[in-house]
Design a binder for this molecule. Structure first.
Ligand code: PEP
Ligand code: MG
Length: 295
């Protein structure tokens, strides 16, 4: 880390002309938090819960998941936490759960599609998340949403999980339910998804689907470019529609920590970026170097 990064790491992120941004972190393994000071970030903008599903013991039960979420929420010490439901499939296969023989897994049964196809597995996760929501500022986020009905179905299951827990006398709370914006159909017509409580742009998948170039194939990596003007125009659209319909919009893809893209993202009106933990300082520095020219 450079000295200039260290200088801004402990300060709230602000552009040169004084605009305040939130810089949150993406967590893929809870161990990442051990070396990190929560006061250097504005919370956890994305918990990739896939880590729970890669254990040799098989699928995690409710208690195992609840303990993992509790540890994260306690670390955040009052800051917001966005827990994403299982995003298995595509680049994240889970043995025993994802379908092995799909011809194109990135266009197949991944993310919320898989969770809705396996409601017993999904309910365990929703119950654990609703219990964690009793402990702090917890929101739940759905990956790979393509049609608004998926949000309605997930909301119905979440409501049932909360009702069941209440009937059992288990402490819980109904968290807000938002979505990743990473399928082009959602980014093109965000107003159709007003049944989501918030939007978080997943630039990694949005870029691969908009440019038709896989995120994990090196031969097409120059095409897989978040800097394509089509991506920025979709981001602007989501931010603008979010403002119109009163939904918070953040960005949690890797684009948000790339200093080359930060002036454009600030200019698009994004006020919350969620980045890999080691990149918080770099992101805050790039924001501090962004001025009124980004608009
Ligand atoms: C994304 O797609 O941009 C994202 C943040 O999620 P993931 O990288 O886990 O697919
Ligand atoms: Mg994604």
């Amino acid at each position: 880390r450079s000295g200039r990064e260290d200088a801004v790491l402990r300060l709230p992120a602000r552009t040169r002309d004084g605009r305040r941004l939130s810089v949150m972190i993406n967590v893929a393994e809870p161990e990442e938090l051990d070396a990190l000071d929560p006061t250097t970030c504005d919370g956890i903008g994305l918990v990739r819960t896939e880590f729970l599903f890669h254990r040799p013991q098989g699928l995690p039960d409710e208690e195992t998941q609840y303990r993992a979420y509790r540890r994260i929420v306690e670390w955040a010490a009052g800051r917001p936490n966005v827990l994403r439901t299982l995003d298995a499939g595509g680049d994240k296969p889970v043995p025993g759960l994802t379908i092995d023989d799909e011809s194109n897994p990135f266009l197949g049964t991944r993310g919320i599609r898989l969770s809705l196809a396996c409601p017993d597995v999904f309910m365990v996760q929703l119950r654990a998340m609703a219990r964690a929501a009793a402990l702090g500022d917890v929101k739940v986020m759905l990956p790979m949403v393509t049609v608004p009905q998926e949000i309605d179905q997930a909301a119905a299951l979440l409501n049932r999980a909360v009702a069941d827990l209440e009937a059992e006398g288990v402490a819980c709370r109904r968290p807000a339910l938002g979505i990743m914006v990473e399928v082009p159909a959602v980014a093109i017509e965000p107003a159709l998804y007003a049944n989501a409580d918030f939007f978080s742009i997943g630039s990694n998948d949005l870029t691969q689907y908009v440019t038709a170039s896989a995120r994990d194939i090196a031969a097409v990596s120059t095409l897989n470019d978040a800097g394509h003007p089509a991506i920025l125009s979709l981001i602007r659209r989501v931010v603008d529609v979010g403002r119109e319909i009163g939904r918070d919009v953040s960005l949690c893809g890797d684009m948000g920590s790339d200093p080359a893209h930060i002036p454009a993202l600030v200019g698009a009106g994004l006020a919350t970026l969620s980045v890999a933990p080691p990149l918080v300082g770099r992101t805050k520095l790039a924001i501090a170097e962004t001025g009124a020219e980004a608009s």
